[in-house]
Design a protein. Structure first.
Length: 501
């Protein structure tokens, strides 16, 4: 099939397998299909509206125990990772709703990925040993029977984890908060499913893949070029469609810039006191966002732009101004709004390396016990992780309405350029809403009535285009403090003591 318009799609298969074994093709009766994916969602889920013009009640009872095979294709896209191929990895229908419109019944079926259902049915009670990335692979493959593509980033350290009646997804989620990446040593893991498969990986590994697509905001009702322009004569339809694909149909900048929330969550600074009850010592570690020189090397601005322009060019800068706020010279990250206290237990092994003293392993060959498991890197897994995610959540976020595109999804990087509200011929693009963004969530809507696939995206970033100019002034305050009123005023016979004279 040839692609003739942006958002074009085809549903060659949507088959329901009932609890009694009946096979019911319903692709021709679909009114609308909605599918959700996000970096904080453990699985894909959605709903499909089916016009009951084929006497479905005669073909099987629909009670929320059905399997659904689904294939959605975009013409000209050949790569299977860019298609919705769920004819083998089926969805589970969990809920059936019925409404009536113009005398015709409409069924609304809610569905989830098979791993989500297996997760609800499974409790894990056993010990896990080794690296966290191997534990995650083991849980997905063996406990959840996952046969999809896995994108798993290698983790540091050897660990032991004992689970007690824990659902698999809850256990993997706990691993995200304790894992540090082998490549860069950060604790920024997320676990989610998108159209390509399951991901257990750091934000930095997402950033490193670079931008997959670019969107540009244009004026309403514009077309890709002036038809009277001789240069557009004979323009290929594919070129016009490509331009339409890059258009932003609707945009809303979200009210996420909340410094107070970021500050209180430890996004700008925090203090950590670790008490080693075995070594009989404590350590104090202070995290300061503006003093963290690694941000440039670890952030979206570095990874996603490393192949653009000169080597090492950085397009973006940290979110906050480095100006001094008071006469003591404090910046916004020099205050300590939150303090953590964490116990640790370490012991030195034969190589004088600190290991976790809580777990001993007996070595039969040597006839002695050994300490082989690594201690928790609490400074990274707590302080740095909280800062990374707090700034990502309260940074620059926008909602986009665009034509459907299955070449990217949740967890991918795209480029977005939004026009300024005022005219600026030198640079018409908004300084804060430009360049690379992380796709946080996607809502796919496949509408059979208007034959269009639309996407509603939420994208976010923890950086901005230009570093803000440092101001040469501090917080304005009066030079003289106002009078103090006390009991002599409250209980005395003086009136109007707190009024101007």
């Amino acid at each position: 099939m040839k692609l003739t318009q942006a958002g074009q799609f085809d549903i060659p298969e949507c088959t329901l397998i009932t609890s009694t074994g009946n096979i019911v093709p319903v692709q021709e009766s679909i009114l609308e299909l909605t599918l959700y994916e996000g970096i904080y969602e453990n699985s894909l889920y959605g709903e499909v509206q089916i016009l009951n013009d084929i006497a479905l009640s005669n073909k099987g009872p629909f009670i929320g125990q059905e399997y659904m095979k689904l294939v959605v294709l975009t013409p000209t896209l050949k790569d299977s990772t860019h298609q919705l191929m769920f004819n083998e990895n089926v969805f589970h229908v969990t809920k059936v709703g019925r409404t009536e419109a113009s005398g015709v019944e409409i069924l609304t079926l809610e569905f989830y990925s098979t791993e989500s259902i297996h997760n609800q049915r499974t409790l894990l009670s056993r010990a896990f040993k080794g690296e966290y990335h191997k534990m995650v692979e083991d849980i997905l493959r063996k406990d959840l029977k996952c046969r999809k593509r896995l994108y798993i980033e290698k983790t540091n350290d050897i660990k032991e984890h004992i689970s007690n009646n824990v659902h698999p997804f809850d256990l993997i989620k706990s691993f995200t908060t304790q894992s540090t990446a082998k490549t860069h040593g950060l604790s920024s893991y997320v676990f989610y499913e998108n159209l390509r498969g399951y991901h257990f990986r750091s934000l930095q590994s997402l950033y490193a893949e670079g931008s997959r697509f670019t969107y540009v905001q244009t004026d309403a009702n514009t077309t890709p070029g002036d038809p009277s322009d001789p240069r557009i004569t004979g323009m290929k339809t594919d070129d016009i469609i490509s331009v339409e694909m890059t258009k932003i149909l609707g945009v809303k900048v979200l009210d996420n810039n909340d410094v107070a929330t970021t500050f209180g969550a430890g996004g700008l600074s925090s203090r950590l006191i670790t008490h080693d009850i075995v070594q009989k010592k404590f350590n104090v570690n202070t995290y300061n966002y503006l003093d963290d020189t690694s941000l440039v090397e670890q952030g979206l601005q570095k990874y996603a732009t490393r192949n653009a322009g000169p080597a090492g060019k950085i397009k973006d800068a940290p979110l906050y101004n480095k100006s001094k706020l008071d006469e003591e010279g404090n910046r916004i990250s020099d205050f300590i709004p939150i303090q953590y206290l964490a116990p640790v237990t370490t012991v030195k092994n034969k190589e004088e390396v600190y290991k976790n003293s809580q777990y001993e392993v007996y070595n039969g060959d040597l006839g002695e016990t050994e300490f082989i498991f690594d201690p928790v890197k609490i400074e990274t897994t707590l302080q740095k992780r909280r800062s990374l995610f707090a700034n990502l959540e309260t940074g620059i976020s926008i909602e986009l309405w665009v034509n459907g595109n299955t070449t990217f999804g949740a967890g991918d990087i795209i480029s977005v350029n939004i026009k300024k509200k005022s005219d600026d011929n030198d640079d018409p693009i908004d300084d804060f809403v430009r360049n690379e963004f992380l796709v946080k969530s996607v809502k796919h809507v496949f509408n059979r009535i208007n034959k269009k696939h639309y996407m509603y995206l939420v994208v976010t970033k923890d950086s901005k285009h230009k570093e803000l100019e440092v101001a040469d002034h501090v917080e304005p305050k009066p030079f003289i403090a106002q009078p103090l009123y006390d009991d002599d005023n409250f209980y005395g016979d003086e009136t109007g003591y707190d009024e101007d004279g």
